[in-house]
Write a protein that binds this ligand. Structure first.
Ligand code: SR1
Ligand code: MG
Length: 423
C-alpha cells in the first residue's frame, strides 16, 4: 500500500460525517442560510442568487456566488474534495487541508491583514471557506503571461514573507507556543505530495507522474542520470531540509497562481500546503515562478524590445523580492528577536540565501518535468519554441540546485541569481 492510500476517502465518513461536495445549485442554498452573509449580500430571497464553478487549480472546488441583480455583491466559496481534483477519485486526499488553510489565513490576518482576502466563515464539516470575492483582481500568473507590470509587487511579496515567516519562527515565539503551532500545522499528506512531486519524481527515471515535452528528452535523460551528482546531492540536501527543518509557518505553495493582483495591490491565497518548514522554500518558490515566466516571455511578447523590457521587470522583481525580504527580515529581527537569538543573525541569513536559491532551482525543474506544469510554459503552443523555454528553465534550475551550497555569504545572493539569467 503506498503512503497516500492510507488516507483514503473512507476516512471522510469518520472525520467529516456531514461532508458533501457542493454543486452550483446546492452552493446557493448554502449561502442563503448563512447569517454571516446577510448584510453583505442583502436580502437573499429565492432566485436572487446565481453561482458558477470557477476553480482552475489542481485540488479544490471554487464557486463564485453572486446576486443576479447586483453582480458585484458576491462571495467565493472554496471547498476541499476528498481527492485530488487534477487526477480524480483515484488519488484520495485529506480534507484536513481545509482546516490548515483556514488556520493559516487567520494567522496571516493577524500579522499582515492587507495581504490576504477577508474570510467570512470557515465551515469545519463541509471543509469550505467563504471569502471575499476579489473582483478586480486576477491571478498573478495570468498577469505575468500577459506582460503586465506590477510596480509594487516585489515589495508586497517580500514584506508578506518577512512578516509571516519571522513572527511564526522561534526567533519571535515562545518555544512552547512555537511547538504547539508545529503540531497544529502538521500537514503530512500535502507535504508528501511536495516531497514526491518536487524532490523525488523529477529525478527518478520511470516515475509514473512525470511528463515532459518530448523535444527535451535528452535534457531530461541528463537530469535523471546517476552521474548528475551535483544536482542529485543538491536535491538531497533540499529534501532533507524540507522534511526536517521546522523553521517557520510556510505557505508551502507560494507560486504565482497563489497570488491575486490588481494594478497596485496583491493578496496571497491558497495556503493549504502550509506547515512548519524551511523559510527558503517560500522565498525560493515565488522567485522561481518569476524566472519561469522570464524563460517563457520570448514566446509571449514576441517583439525583442518589449520582451527585453518585460524580462528586465521580471528579473528586477525577483531581485527586489529578495532585497525586501532580507531588509524587512533584518529589521524585524533587530526589533523583535528574543534575547537568546541576538547573536548569529548574519550566519542565519546566509543559510536563508542558500536555501532560497536551491529551492528556487528545484521549483523550476519540477514545473518542466514533474506532474504539475505551469501555464507560462504550457501555453506556448509550438512545441519547439516551448522546448527552448523549458530547456532554459532546466539549465537555470539545475545550476541553482547544484551550486546553492557554495554561496559564501548572503551578500552574494544577487550575484549568484543574476548569473542564471544568461543561461
Ligand atoms: C498533485 S497537486 C500538484 C501541485 O498543485 C499544487 O498547487 C502544488 O503545487 C502541488 O505540487
Ligand atoms: Mg493552490
Amino acid at each position: 500500500m503506498d503512503t497516500l492510500s492510507r488516507f483514503s476517502n473512507d476516512q471522510t465518513e469518520k472525520t467529516h460525517p456531514n461532508f458533501k461536495a457542493l454543486n452550483s445549485s446546492s452552493v446557493i442554498d448554502y449561502v442563503k442560510h448563512l447569517p454571516e452573509l446577510a448584510v453583505l449580500m442583502g436580502d437573499l430571497k429565492d432566485g436572487e442568487l446565481a453561482a458558477e464553478e470557477i476553480g482552475d487549480g489542481n485540488l479544490n472546488l471554487v464557486f463564485r456566488v453572486y446576486q443576479i441583480t447586483q453582480p458585484r455583491s458576491s462571495v467565493i466559496i472554496k471547498q476541499a474534495l476528498p481527492y485530488l481534483r487534477l487526477v480524480g477519485e483515484g488519488w484520495p486526499l485529506t480534507l484536513d487541508r481545509a482546516r490548515i488553510e483556514a488556520t493559516a489565513v487567520a494567522y496571516y490576518q493577524s500579522i499582515i491583514p492587507q495581504r490576504v482576502p477577508h474570510i467570512y466563515k470557515y465551515d469545519e464539516q463541509l471543509c469550505l471557506t467563504v471569502m471575499e470575492d476579489l473582483q478586480d483582481y486576477i491571478v498573478l500568473r495570468k498577469g505575468l503571461i500577459e506582460g503586465r507590470i506590477y510596480p509594487d509587487l516585489a515589495q508586497q511579496l517580500g514584506s508578506f514573507m518577512a512578516h509571516t515567516l519571522f513572527f511564526s519562527s522561534d526567533f519571535y515565539l515562545d518555544p512552547i507556543e512555537k511547538k504547539n503551532r508545529v503540531m497544529q500545522f502538521m500537514n503530512p499528506e500535502l507535504c508528501k505530495i511536495t516531497e514526491d512531486l518536487i524532490f523525488d519524481e523529477p529525478y527518478r527515471p520511470g516515475a509514473k507522474n512525470n511528463r515532459w515535452n518530448v523535444l527535451i528528452n535528452e535534457e531530461v535523460n541528463r537530469l535523471q542520470s546517476p552521474e548528475n551528482t551535483a544536482v542529485l546531492e543538491g536535491v538531497f540536501c533540499l529534501r532533507f531540509s524540507f522534511m526536517t527543518h521546522t523553521e517557520a509557518l510556510i505557505h508551502g505553495d507560494l507560486h504565482t497562481g497563489s497570488v491575486m493582483v490588481n494594478g497596485n495591490d496583491a493578496k496571497v491565497i491558497d495556503p493549504e500546503f502550509a506547515f512548519y518548514g524551511p523559510i527558503g522554500f517560500d522565498v525560493g518558490a515565488i522567485i522561481a515562478n518569476f524566472l519561469l515566466n522570464y524563460c517563457s516571455q520570448p514566446f509571449h511578447l514576441r517583439d525583442a524590445g518589449p520582451c527585453a523590457g518585460y524580462q528586465l521587470f521580471l528579473k528586477n522583481s525577483a531581485l527586489n523580492i529578495w532585497r525586501t525580504f532580507l531588509a524587512e527580515w533584518t529589521s524585524l529581527w533587530e526589533d523583535h528577536a528574543r534575547p537568546e537569538w541576538r547573536i548569529g543573525q548574519e550566519r542565519f541569513k546566509t543559510h536563508l540565501a542558500r536555501e532560497t536559491l536551491g529551492f528556487c532551482g528545484a521549483k523550476m525543474i519540477r514545473r518542466v518535468v514533474g506532474l504539475a506544469h505551469v501555464a507560462d510554459l504550457e501555453s506556448i503552443a509550438n512545441l519547439e519554441e516551448r522546448a527552448v523555454a523549458e530547456s532554459k528553465a532546466l539549465r537555470m534550475g539545475q545550476w541553482l540546485v547544484a551550486n546553492h551550497r557554495t554561496l559564501e555569504t548572503y551578500q552574494g545572493f544577487e550575484a549568484m541569481l543574476e548569473q542564471v539569467f544568461v543561461f
